[in-house]
Design a protein around this ligand. Structure first.
Ligand SMILES: Cc1cc2nc3c(=O)[nH]c(=O)nc-3n(C[C@H](O)[C@H](O)[C@H](O)COP(=O)(O)O)c2cc1C
Length: 477
């Protein structure tokens, strides 16, 4: 009889030569929710087991079997039934048959007439264990499968990637070094071929050492301090160090350092990737040298094109450009622009009297005096050829320009440069013309220059060694 329910607690085969007992036990077990199959002899039992492996066999130890062997022997010697749990019942009241039952690893052996309740409760107990075991087995299987997935697959992958990595590490030109961070002083435990080629040291010579031997005596480099800090912080870093090969030659070593952590977050290894950047460094140095010389050449060019070769102050070209620029700026900002033109009085006789070298010295002294009196960043003192000088004063009124001109005159006076052939003084003097204008439409920088020229002309005309302001034509001598 088969339990009508699709789900049953366990599949049990009962083997008994007594049809009544079979029926009785079957009814009881079916009511308990078991699926029950019956066998009247050993052969039927064997066929039932082959048809479908049961969870439990309840069998009479005296169940007839072919070839005279007892049923226990038969079941345990058959590969299909050898592992099926056996529950024996026996009509023999002797300890021999009971012992025999347990020789066959029986889970129990009850003597007939057995107490049905006892048998059912034992079956119940056994099958509930069996159920639990089955569940656990299912879980174990599931876990095994998961483990297989998580371990087997990655291990397959990692075997693959490890192989590739190993070849890659050996093939790269960079040096690769691994140090043991769990041992004091971080000894090297691995270097690749790239390291050997780069440094000239073989793996055998460096394993067990700290990498600092590559620094030789240069142990106070900024990069080392940075590297030391990164190691203390367990953080990655990239530094460039001056290192030395085995043959003593210097190379620039760019080191990329990364900590390798274990699951507890502790650093167990450091991996360093080293690149010999000496060529790059040399090019960099070359580049810096070239840049420096270009800068110098540009300064020289600027000096040549904008500065007066003799006096070192701005030249005519620079003066013209600045006057134009400041004119435009003051025009935009509606500010007054002042221009002072200065001419050394009787300079040709000075040269004739003292010679050109003294003449040049005089020009240089005057230029320095101008520079001292012209102090704002926007002001400009220039030599406009021969003994003519000019001062551009943006955002300056006529009165302010007059003040600057007066200071120049005073400075020159204080220099006391002897000039015996001057007709106005025994010292070098200057005629000075000033013009000031707020740039207007229709006017240009040239107009300002002309005005200052006219004022200078007047200063000369009026006896030299004086200042004339164009605007109001005030003679300020
Ligand atoms: C993985 C790793 C690789 C290193 N590689 C180099 C290297 O190639 N050249 C070097 O001068 N220092 C290298 N160092 C730095 C030194 O080993 C050491 O950490 C550094 O000199 C600072 O420590 P110290 O003050 O005790 O010398 C490396 C360090 C680590 C952890």
């Amino acid at each position: 009889m088969i339990s009508s329910s699709q789900t049953y607690k366990a599949d049990i085969i009962i083997g008994d030569k007594s049809p009544e007992e079979l029926r009785l036990l079957t009814n009881i077990l079916c009511q308990q929710g078991y699926r029950v199959r019956q066998a009247l002899d050993g052969e039927m039992l064997s066929i039932a087991c082959k048809t479908r492996k049961p969870d439990l066999i309840i069998v009479d130890l005296q169940l007839p079997y072919i070839k005279g062997a007892d049923i226990g022997e038969q079941l345990r010697s058959d590969p299909i039934t050898e592992s099926i749990p056996l529950f024996f019942i026996t009509s023999l009241d002797d300890s021999i048959s009971k012992n025999k039952a347990f020789d066959y690893d029986a889970i129990d052996c009850l003597r007939k007439p057995y107490n049905v309740n006892e048998l059912v409760s034992k079956v119940k107990l056994y099958t509930s264990y069996r159920e639990k075991i089955k569940n656990l087995e299912g879980k174990v299987k599931q876990l095994e499968q998961q483990l297989e997935l998580s371990e087997l697959l990655p291990s397959k992958d990692s075997r693959l990637s490890l192989g590739i990595l190993k070849s890659a590490i050996e093939a790269v030109h960079n040096g690769i070094v691994i140090v043991d961070a769990t041992t004091p002083d971080y000894p090297i435990i691995y270097v690749n071929r790239g390291f050997e080629l780069m440094t000239g040291y073989s793996a055998g010579e460096v394993i067990g050492k700290n990498c600092r031997f590559l620094q030789r005596k240069e142990i106070d480099q900024p990069g080392i301090r940075e590297l030391r800090q990164a190691v203390a912080d367990k953080s990655p870093c990239c530094v460039t160090l001056r290192n030395f090969r085995k043959d003593g030659s210097l190379f620039w070593n760019e080191i990329s350092l990364s900590p390798i952590l274990n699951n507890a977050g502790e650093v167990i290894y450091y991996i360093g990737v080293q690149t010999d950047i000496s060529d790059r460094q040399r090019s960099q140095e070359e580049l810096e040298r070239s840049r420096a010389s270009i800068k110098k050449m540009n300064q020289e060019l600027h000096r040549l094109t904008n500065l007066d070769g003799l006096t070192g102050i701005a030249n005519q070209r620079c003066f013209d450009e600045t006057l134009e620029t400041e004119w435009q700026r003051c025009s935009r900002e509606r500010l007054p622009l002042a221009l002072i033109l200065l001419d050394i009085d009787f300079f040709k006789p000075f040269n004739d009297t003292y010679g050109h070298l003294r003449g040049d010295d005089c020009l240089k002294t005057v230029a320095s005096a101008l520079n001292r009196c012209v102090q704002r960043g926007t002001d400009l003192a220039a030599r406009c050829g021969g003994e003519e000088f000019a001062v551009i004063l943006p955002n300056t009124t006529a009165d302010e320009a007059l003040k600057v001109a007066g200071e120049i005159q005073e400075e020159l006076k204080n220099l006391k440069i002897t000039h015996e052939s001057s007709r106005v003084s025994d010292r070098v003097t200057m005629s000075i013309g000033i013009a000031t204008e707020i740039p207007q439409p229709g006017l240009s920088a040239k107009d300002l220059r002309n005005s200052a020229d006219q004022a200078l002309y007047l200063a000369k005309e009026q006896g030299r060694d004086r200042i004339v302001i164009y605007q109001s034509l005030i003679n300020n001598s």
